[in-house]
Design a protein around this ligand. Structure first.
Ligand SMILES: Cc1ncc(COP(=O)(O)O)c(C=O)c1O
Length: 396
């Protein structure tokens, strides 16, 4: 049967692949601890679930939702921005509700980039930033994020001919996978460059609430942002609503209108009870208990790695530890040995960009007891200290 070149050449979604590997090993009787994918295990607040259930039974809830999102939810997002950042948003023109942020981030390029034009993509970065280029034939210009530069892009590396092709740039602070935060000066620089070279900034604020030290900021707090930037906020990480598929895109009204023209041809909006649950979610901030839970896990993972001889910084934010692998390993060899010898799945750095093949990412979305079990399996380690054992079997 005919298969498009696009589908043929598209690499498999790496987390789906990890999932399949784990399922295969589990079928063979192995117990695998999956620290690869970030899938918050802390349950959603009871009032969010109650609201969802109430609205599921409402007589009109099965109907097509509005394309822009429920007006009261857009209002709630605008109020949240005002409360949280002191940023005023017009809920009519500066807020759109989207089916998750992953979907919106990929489709957004269709509204802002033409064939032959380019997108600035952080490496490492959330994998979906690379996908518009792979799917729609745009060019990705990689921005290496390295520890020496505090995991911020170095804009000096971008040439004037590259600037002339760039239409869009993805930025994500607090950052997945490095855990880094961005200082105010960085945003001023990015906004100035977006004005000068006429491209759109997407600030992905997925981890706005998962911050242990300092405070996350919205790009819209800074002068000039509203004309060149949009921002995505997802309900997935803050409220553990990742299966609900609910997010908002806010910011420059003109750009959002272009995105709406594209998105309303692709998606029919979010199920109404989920939008009502979103309104309930925004009434309260992330609970200190949730944050303390993640922070304890982070501290345990970092200290366990340090005890095993790894050099690793404590990330100030997010749900990840970004770990350089010991030479001569690559991420793939390291990941493969962790999986096959100890039954621990982690994400290889290349999932986050081709330049990141000397790192792995450990997710903190498993209970402390599970993390303890993982590290009990994982001995003090240089690459040569790993022995060819098999992961524990469920049927010893
Ligand atoms: C940086 C970043 N952006 C976006 C997303 C996607 O979130 P959503 O569940 O809203 O699609 C993730 C999910 O892990 C993420 O890490």
């Amino acid at each position: 049967m005919p298969i498009s070149n696009r589908a043929h050449h598209l690499p498999p979604y790496i987390f789906a692949q990890i999932h399949e590997d784990i399922a295969r090993m589990e079928q063979d009787g192995k117990t695998i601890i999956d620290l690869g994918i970030s899938d918050p295990d802390v349950p959603p607040r009871p009032d969010i679930l109650d609201t969802l259930c109430t609205w599921v039974r409402h007589s009109d809830s099965h109907r097509y939702p509005s394309y822009r999102g429920l007006a009261p939810l857009r209002q709630a997002v605008a109020e949240w921005y005002l409360r949280r950042f002191g940023v005023y948003l017009d809920p009519e023109s500066e807020v759109l509700i989207t089916v998750g942020s992953k979907e919106a981030l990929v489709h957004f390029a269709l509204a802002t980039v033409n064939p032959g034009q380019a997108i600035l993509v952080p490496d490492p970065g959330y994998p979906s930033y690379q996908i518009p280029s792979a799917l729609f034939g745009f060019e990705s210009i990689l921005m290496p994020l390295i520890a020496a530069n505090h995991f911020l892009p170095d804009f000096e590396r971008i040439s004037s001919t590259e600037w002339s092709r760039i239409q869009l740039g993805f930025f994500n602070y607090p950052n997945n996978p490095t855990g880094a935060m961005a200082p105010e000066e960085f945003w001023h620089q990015a906004i100035e460059l977006a004005h000068r070279h006429q491209w759109t900034i997407v600030s992905d604020l997925a981890y706005v609430d998962i911050v242990y030290t300092g405070q996350a900021h919205s790009i819209l707090e800074y002068a000039g942002a509203r004309e060149v930037a949009v921002e995505t906020v997802t309900f997935s990480k803050s409220y553990s609503m990742q299966g609900f598929r609910l997010a908002a895109m806010v910011g420059c009204a003109e750009i959002l209108e272009a995105f709406y023209r594209v998105e309303s041809q692709i998606n029919a909006g979010v199920y109404l009870p989920i939008q009502h649950a979103g309104i309930a979610a925004l009434r309260e901030n992330v609970t200190p208990d949730t944050l303390a839970t993640y922070q304890k896990r982070r501290d345990f993972v970092v200290s366990s790695l340090q005890h095993r001889g790894f050099t690793v910084e404590t990330p100030p934010a997010t749900l990840y530890v970004w770990l350089p692998v010991p030479k001569p390993d690559t991420d793939q060899t390291f990941v493969s040995r962790l999986l096959h010898q100890y039954g621990i799945a982690v994400a290889p750095g290349v999932a986050f960009g081709p330049l990141s093949d000397r790192f792995i990412r450990i997710a903190l979305t498993k209970p402390l007891s599970v993390l303890k079990e993982a590290f009990a399996r994982w001995p003090a380690m240089t690459s040569t200290a790993m022995t060819p054992e098999n992961p524990p079997s469920r049927h010893p």
